[in-house]
Design a protein around this ligand. Structure first.
Ligand SMILES: [Zn+2]
Length: 255
């Protein structure tokens, strides 16, 4: 069985969702984490998770849409996070590539979301672009030497990957591996198997543009197996059980 650690299913039309779910089922993808990007999309991800057994949800505000959470928004997010099918706080993180001008606000938001994740006993589903050092800085300032969670669609260099591993994060690789010659190839060969995850980051846009869907996890897993000189079965088993392990971190609210 395969697991897709990071997808955005909540804006698909019902027919598109149906097709995407069928394709993922045919590819034996038994676990999909539908990740919210703001309050509204997080709420939709939760109701999707409620209606389909193979979907679980992550709730959070994406750094591209960063603004500090006021008390009401924080409580709304917290309420969503109490749903038993919410396994992560996400999509959260930092992006110095696409939105460097909002870094301060991104940091404020990320701090709030790390606090929420701690309060709820949930791991993080992180987005990080060219900001791995900053991520570590924020974690340290919040009093953490380690973070529980994953960093999706990893596109950093070796030093950045090592930083993430030192922080205790799982590292998820995505579609960049389907293009040969990417920097991720060398990283995939080096990452410890017990920290490896895969994600397609499927979304309404990538589905309509490139027919990207969670079933393509199997292709990414095959690439990883080839690069590591191992069997598809080994990658399938490891990435599925790694995501299950993170999912089991859901401890529920601490009060
Ligand atoms: Zn995403």
């Amino acid at each position: 069985m395969f697991a897709d650690a990071h997808v955005h299913l909540d804006r698909l039309k019902p027919k598109e969702l149906e097709l995407m779910l069928r394709l993922s089922q045919e590819a034996n993808v038994e676990m999909l984490i539908s990740v919210g990007i703001d309050l509204e999309s997080s709420a939709r991800a939760v109701s999707l998770a409620q209606s389909e057994s193979r979907i679980w949800a992550a709730v959070g505000v994406h750094p591209w849409y960063a603004r500090p959470l006021d008390q009401q928004a924080y409580h709304q997010l917290k309420k969503l996070a109490t749903h038993p099918k919410v396994l992560f706080i996400g999509e959260v993180g930092l992006d110095l590539n696409r939105a460097p001008e909002t870094l301060d606000v991104q940091i404020t938001l990320l701090r709030q979301e790390i606090r929420l994740a701690t309060e709820m006993g949930l791991p993080l589903n992180l987005h990080c672009r060219q900001a791995h050092a900053k991520l570590r800085e924020v974690a340290t300032e919040e009093g953490f030497t380690s973070l529980t969670g994953l960093i999706h669609g990893f596109d950093g260099d070796l030093a950045a990957m090592e930083r993430c591993l030192e922080l205790g994060l799982f590292v998820s690789f995505g579609r960049t591996l389907l293009n040969t010659g990417s920097e991720a190839e060398a990283l995939v060969r080096r990452i410890p198997l017990d920290r490896l995850l895969l994600d397609t980051d499927s979304s309404v846009r990538s589905w309509r543009q490139n027919q990207n869907h969670p079933g393509r996890i199997a292709e990414i897993a095959q690439r990883v197996a080839d690069l590591r000189g191992t069997s598809l079965a080994e990658i399938e088993q490891a990435t599925y059980s790694n995501l299950c392990l993170l999912a089991e971190r859901r401890k529920g609210p601490d009060h």
